[in-house]
Design a binder for this molecule. Structure first.
Ligand SMILES: Cc1ncc(C[n+]2csc(CCOP(=O)(O)OP(=O)(O)O)c2C)c(N)n1
Ligand SMILES: [Mg+2]
Length: 553
């Protein structure tokens, strides 16, 4: 009888479940899994920190529409992955975290890197399991995958003791199971679609809010048709950008605050009324706002604001129903309606107010001008990974997404450090597309050495660091003999040298012209490059505040 070891079995099952790449950091007891991967058709990508492996795995899930995986060692390796695990929980993304753990025979004996790993994962996990026998590995992986991708997605943790990984078993004794099918995509009863349409018709100022749930369920075609048919103004959430292209005439992104304050009805399409949407509460929302809510999770219905029409199910399936109902009973918001006219005026005024910032020739540069250089240089199907405070928030206004799932950012958890792992996954998933990782200098610091992984795997990511000397900016010189400002870093640091240490190409830019030339050179080179952009530390976003500093209480 043929024997198979646990490590090979893990790699084979990952492949069977549609996982073509495995991210991780090797060591005892998981090195064998990484080593077996290539033989089973899984590309192993060794990262420099477990959190980056975790961000890469979940970004893979989101971009490919199934599940990405990462493997980490016991103890500190596993705890290092927990922040990424929490980020997947907060964003409702699938992710399979595989943690090696101590040999079962050494439980409670003070083993190397022993830790309560199952308990650590549990609060964030949709499912946790510790595999007790090598023969059970296929069933455990299938259960993990099925749970992670079904309903509202989320992260799952599979704990594999060293002896389970290292044991060899008779292949005939292995508990093989079939590949997990794509999850069901529930629709709603027709009367709810009718109720929703009636609610839209009865509203004076309806607004669609498109979230990344719509992007996850691949609802773009149906959402786009709904917007076109009804002419309903829409606001994308940060990662809902691109489900309907940002240059669609009904996008109200530029007039976001006005649109939210004045909408009398919001149609949530895979978007949550959490802090990013100011909880749906005054002063940022109308106190009497009505809610039509499409969400995959029944328990999300009614969060913060009562829901008038609940549409619980898959965004693509329900929007298909909605578009069909509109075909039978067409209805449209007139272009000369007071709501659309008022929004247009507001948007025109807001856009006009930004022109001088976008065209500024000041040096050191503000945020807007270099972002405009990037916007002008990017192809329409570029993937934009971005994090930082002003760097990320202003980029949301200036950098447009024209296709769904083309923006990954700090997300629902506001997590700094997501960028490098996510950019690596984005380029691996889209080898022929332009990928940029736009990083605040502080954000870059969390995981900056991951650029080595990009160089090593020949991933032509363009890293762009917006360098304003710190967290929200720092002084041009550090004060002597006084306490240092808490967010200040070494001024004028040359992050471009970081990539040069690994043989990548670095650029330093002080002016818009230098940045334009660097972007062109970077894009033409087909290499991994890093552009360090000096940003005026006193430059801030337009006077309009961050959602995270706008929370009540
Ligand atoms: C893991 C984590 N640690 C700390 C923070 C707090 N935080 C919010 S934004 C930020 C960095 C902002 O600075 P930078 O990336 O340089 O962007 P800037 O606003 O300067 O453009 C930090 C540390 C966080 N959000 N996540
Ligand atoms: Mg900064």
């Amino acid at each position: 009888m043929a024997e198979i070891d646990g490590a090979t079995l893990v790699a084979r099952c990952l492949k069977q479940q549609g996982i073509d790449e495995l991210f991780g950091v090797v060591g005892i007891p998981v090195t064998g899994i990484a080593a077996a991967a290539a033989g089973e058709g899984v590309r192993y990508i060794g990262m420099r920190h477990e959190q980056a492996a975790g961000y890469a795995a979940q970004t893979m899930s989101y971009l490919k529409g199934r599940i990405g995986a990462c493997v980490v060692v016991s103890g500190p390796g596993m705890t290092n992955a927990i922040t990424a695990f929490g980020n997947a929980w907060s964003n409702c993304w699938p992710m399979l975290l595989i943690g090696g753990s101590s040999n079962q025979a050494l439980n409670h004996r003070g083993d190397f890197q022993d830790a309560p790993q199952v308990e650590l994962a549990r609060p964030f996990a949709k499912w946790v399991g510790q595999c007790e026998r090598t023969e059970f590995i296929p069933r455990y992986i299938a259960t993990a995958v099925r749970t992670a991708i079904s309903g509202r997605p989320g992260p799952v943790y599979l704990d594999l003791p060293g002896d389970i990984i290292n044991n060899s078993v008779d292949e005939d004794k292995v508990d093989f199971v079939p590949r997990v099918e794509p999850p069901p995509t529930p629709q709603v009863a027709d009367h709810l679609i009718k109720q929703a349409l009636a609610a839209f018709k009865s509203a004076r100022n309806p607004l669609a809010i498109i979230g990344k749930g719509a992007a996850w369920s691949r609802a773009e075609e149906q959402v786009r048709r709904f917007i076109d048919e009804t002419q309903m103004p829409f606001l994308p959430s940060p990662m809902g950008k691109g489900v309907v292209p940002d240059d669609h005439p009904l996008s109200v992104s530029a007039g976001r605050s006005y649109a939210l304050q004045n909408a009398d009805l919001v149609f949530l399409i895979g978007a949550r009324l959490n802090w990013i949407m100011h909880f749906g509460l005054p002063p940022r929302f109308n106190k009497d706002v009505r809610v039509v809510q499409l969400d995959i999770a029944a328990e999300e219905i009614g969060t913060n604001v009562a829901t008038e029409v609940p549409l619980v199910g898959d965004a693509k399936a329900i929007m298909t129903q909605m578009v069909a109902a509109l075909e039978e009973d067409p209805w449209q918001i007139a272009a000369d309606s007071p709501w659309r006219k008022a929004l247009k005026e507001e948007i025109d005024a807001k856009k006009a107010a930004t022109v001088s910032l976008l065209e500024s020739t000041e040096v050191p540069m503000n945020y807007y001008r270099p972002l405009k250089e990037i916007q002008d240089a990017l192809p329409r199907d570029a993937l934009i990974v971005t994090e930082g405070a002003s760097t990320m928030d202003i980029s949301r206004q200036v950098l447009e997404n024209y296709e769904p799932r083309k923006r990954v950012d700090a997300g629902s958890w506001g997590t700094m450090g997501i960028g490098p792992g996510s950019a690596i996954a984005a380029q691996v998933a889209n080898p022929d597309k332009r990928v940029i990782a736009l990083e605040g200098d502080a954000a870059f610091g969390f995981d900056g050495l991951e650029v080595e992984v990009a160089v090593r795997h020949k991933l032509p990511i363009t890293w762009i660091v917006f360098n304003n000397n710190g967290i929200g900016g720092g002084p041009a010189t550090l004060p002597e003999g006084q306490p240092l400002p808490p967010g200040a870093f070494i001024p004028n640091a040359r992050y471009d040298k970081v990539i040069e240490a690994f043989g990548g190409k670095g650029y330093h830019c002080d002016t818009p012209e230098e940045l334009r030339a660097a972007l062109k050179d970077s894009f033409d080179s087909g290499e991994t490059t890093l552009i360090n952009v000096a940003i005026n530390p006193d430059s801030r976003r337009r006077p309009q505040q961050f959602a995270w500093s706008q929370r009540p209480g």
